[in-house]
Design a protein around this ligand. Structure first.
Ligand SMILES: CC(C)(COP(=O)(O)OP(=O)(O)OC[C@H]1O[C@@H](n2cnc3c(N)ncnc32)[C@H](O)[C@@H]1OP(=O)(O)O)[C@@H](O)C(=O)NCCC(=O)NCCS
Length: 221
């Protein structure tokens, strides 16, 4: 439960490393994935001969069960599915999109408010994002990120942060948050994994600050 562990302990758990054969897994918090540092499994883009049109739309009330199943499958029964359910119930600014293929929901992305200590500016945090394992590597995740960012930019959101893989998110405009003197609330997050995309630089505090996700992310850890 929140408050029973120190931030350092929570972060260590989130960053736990395991060995599977020659493959090393690095678990990043909130929006990172199982990273294969050999690069062998993700060199180049796989061409999907059965490519189908993907529709990205806002999450609707009837989508909840499918979204839960996607998060459970993509995160191997991790806490992310429960975090999403909790945020849907508690966060009035919950903003989620789903990817639909052949009337089936195959992907989900969530944005929730992020605050900066000692500053009134509120941005959004991307976390979590999930695509059904059988539908990954077809560009669905990328479509979800692009659609979500475009929607947030149009709505006047000043910035979006993410904690995730540094080789993936820069393609969407993310850059190290340290460039703007932002630090993560969680100890031990690698500098390059904590990223930000800025839509309105004037809204950012010059001195930066600690960026905080909703408490639900802590409570579910
Ligand atoms: C992360 C995730 C949402 C991406 O969705 P996706 O539909 O597979 O993503 P895309 O097809 O748009 O992009 C895949 C890109 O990621 C790269 N990639 C895929 N697996 C990777 C890995 N293990 N390590 C590093 N990069 C990887 C691919 O090389 C590809 O890049 P390319 O366009 O240069 O070829 C999906 O893999 C997933 O659900 N993973 C499990 C849950 C998770 O870890 N979520 C993290 C965000 S919270």
């Amino acid at each position: 439960m929140y408050g029973t562990r120190s931030p350092r302990m929570r972060t260590r758990r989130l960053f736990g490393r395991t060995d599977r054969g020659s493959r090393r897994e690095i678990m990043l918090p909130l929006c990172a994935w199982r990273f294969d540092p050999t690069g062998e499994t993700h060199v180049g883009r796989r061409i999907d001969e059965n490519y189908k049109m993907i529709e990205i739309r806002k999450e609707e009330p009837g989508d909840q069960d499918a979204v839960r199943l996607i998060n459970l499958a993509a995160f191997e029964n991790g806490p992310e599915a429960a975090i999403v359910d909790k945020l849907r119930a508690s966060c009035k600014d919950y903003l989620a999109f789903v990817a639909v293929e052949d009337d089936r929901i195959v992907g989900h992305i969530l944005f929730t408010p992020v605050t900066i200590d000692d500053c009134d500016t509120v941005g959004m945090g991307l976390a979590p994002m999930a695509v059904l394992p059988s539908c990954q590597r077809k560009g669905i995740g990328s479509q979800l990120v692009r659609h979500g960012l475009q929607s947030l930019r149009q709505s006047g959101c000043p910035f979006v942060i993410v904690i995730g893989h540094p080789e993936y998110y820069p393609r969407f405009g993310f850059e190290p948050a340290s460039k703007y003197q932002f630090v993560s609330q969680w100890e031990g997050v690698p500098d390059e994994a904590f990223m930000i995309v800025v839509f309105d630089g004037d809204a950012l505090p010059r001195a930066g600050g600690i960026a905080r996700y909703r408490d639900e992310f802590d409570e579910a850890m």
